[in-house]
Each structure stands twice: as C-alpha cells, then as structure tokens.
Design a binder for this molecule. Structure first.
Ligand code: NAP
Length: 243
C-alpha cells in the first residue's frame, strides 16, 4: 500500500521507532532510519525491514542539531528520490520535579523532542513539495495533553509538538502535505522499563488493562500516513487512559 514511498523515521533503532519502521516496510515503504547511536540495534531493524523486500538504510544523526539534520535530509533525498513520509519519533526524558530540575535537563528535552521535530520538518518540507506529497506524524504523548508531575520539560515539549503539528498542517495543507500527532499513553519500551502498575498509579488505571506495545503505536502511524484526508489531529493511543 505504501510502495513507491520512502519513510524517514527518527529514533528508529529501538522501541516505538523500530516498530514503526518495520510496520511501514511491511506495507511496502522504503526506510531511512535515523538515530543518534545504537548502530548495532539499528542494523537489526534494517535487516528486519529488508525482509519485507524494501530498501532500508541507516543514518547516524542527532535530531537536535540543525546543520546535521539538514545534511542528512539532503543525503536521504539523493539516496531515495521519493521521500514522502516523516515520523518524528526520537525523544528523551530527563525527569524531575520543577524545584529540582536544572536548566540542562529542561533544555536537553526541548532540544531533542521539540526542536528536533522542527528541524526535520523544515528540511523535509522541500522534498515533500518537490514530490507533491507529504505525510508527517509527530509522536507526542498523553503527558503533553494532561501534564505529568515530574515531567515539566517533557510535557512542555510534547504539548509544543501539538501546536507544531497543527501549524504545519495549516501551512502545508494546500501542498498535499498532512501533519498529525499520536499521543501514546503508557507503552512498554526501554523508556518506561522502570514503571510498573505497583509504582505508578496511572499504569494501574488503563481501562484496557495493559500497557500498550510499540506495535500498537506503529498501527496508528501506518493508518495516519495512509489517510490523505486527515490532518491536524492528535490521536490518543492510550488504552482509554484519557477518557
Ligand atoms: P526509547 O526506547 O528510549 O527510544 C528512543 C530512541 O530515540 C532511541 O533509539 C534513541 O537513541 C533515539 N534518540 C534519542 N535522542 C536522539 C537524538 N537526539 N537524535 C536521534 N535519535 C535520538 O523510546 P520509546 O519509548 O520508543 O519512545 C519513542 C517516542 O515515543 C518518544 O518520542 C517518546 O517520548 C514517545 N512516547 C513514548 C511513550 C512510552 O510509554 N514509551 C509514551 C508516550 C510517548 P539512543 O538509544 O542512542 O539514545
């Protein structure tokens, strides 16, 4: 269904990004996988994507770095002619109550989670306009919609992504470029490895009775990149947590 498209996925070496890469490859998209490190794990994801018969390549890149992202997107544009999908998934946490949070913790999270998405969208927009099609999905979080004590930096970055998503959706709508966000709830990955129903009351309150899996998010990402008439939405994928 996505044959003929190339998808850029940031933070794709593990967790949700890796699941999205595999899902989009299974649907026929060629894959440009970006990550700041993790080349061993990236190699496994690339191999899994190639099993679907698509072309997949790894690019080492810090999404927070404006010039690095510009150079990488230019290179991907040369390597693959048909870049039409961007999944802004790379994200970090540096948790702490505001009273304890320092400037470095705040700036680091905003730089990766929010500025990283801006960098990628800005540089990819040229390719989308050239290809007369773009499908952008930003991975936000329920923390950005409801707030979460101990995550002022993270919640602000994820709420910022919602504003960025809606603005990009409006700015590029006339160019057949859509932009949507997914707000995952509690998803079982390395990022949440220390959270359990015992130590986190939110995890115990999920109506569907289980944490989400990276594949749950990947399914939503595939749906949004395959939906040309949906733009500017924030899709909660949280097992009913936000009801
Ligand atoms: P994860 O397992 O920690 O994976 C994040 C990936 O992003 C890693 O491969 C990491 O690389 C990469 N990365 C970090 N900083 C980067 C940078 N500056 N440039 C490029 N890549 C970078 O996280 P996850 O749980 O899969 O989460 C993926 C996204 O979903 C994040 O945006 C997260 O905020 C969001 N989310 C997750 C949950 C959840 O419950 N897990 C809930 C809501 C939203 P390294 O391994 O080299 O650091």
């Amino acid at each position: 269904m996505l044959k003929g498209n190339t998808a850029i996925i940031t933070g794709g070496s593990r967790g949700i990004g890796a699941a999205i890469a595999k899902k989009l490859a299974a649907a026929g998209a060629d894959i440009a996988l970006l990550d700041i490190g993790n080349s061993e794990q990236a190699a496994e994801v690339i191999a899994a994507c190639e099993e679907s018969g698509v072309t997949a390549k790894f690019y080492e890149c810090n999404v927070a770095d404006f010039n690095q992202t510009k150079a990488v997107v230019t290179q991907i544009g040369k390597d693959f002619g048909n870049v039409t999908i961007l999944i802004n998934n790379a994200g970090i946490t540096r948790d702490g109550l505001i009273m304890m949070m320092n400037e470095e913790q705040f700036d680091a999270v905003i730089s990766v989670n929010l500025k990283g998405a801006f960098n990628m969208i800005k540089h990819c927009s040229r390719l989308f306009i050239k290809n007369k099609c773009g499908r952008i999905v930003n991975i936000s979080s329920v923390s950005g919609l409801s707030g979460n004590a101990g995550q002022a930096n993270y919640s602000a970055s994820k709420a910022g992504l919602v504003g960025l998503t809606k603005t990009v959706a409006r700015e590029f709508a006339s160019k057949n470029v859509t932009c949507n966000a997914i707000a995952p709830g509690f998803i079982a990955t390395d990022m949440t490895a220390e959270i359990t129903a015992e130590n986190n009351p939110l995890a115990a309150q999920i109506p569907l009775g289980r944490p989400g899996t990276p594949e749950d998010i990947a399914g939503a990402a595939e749906f949004l990149v395959s939906s040309p008439y949906i733009t500017g939405v924030v899709l909660r994928v949280d097992g009913g947590l936000g009801m």
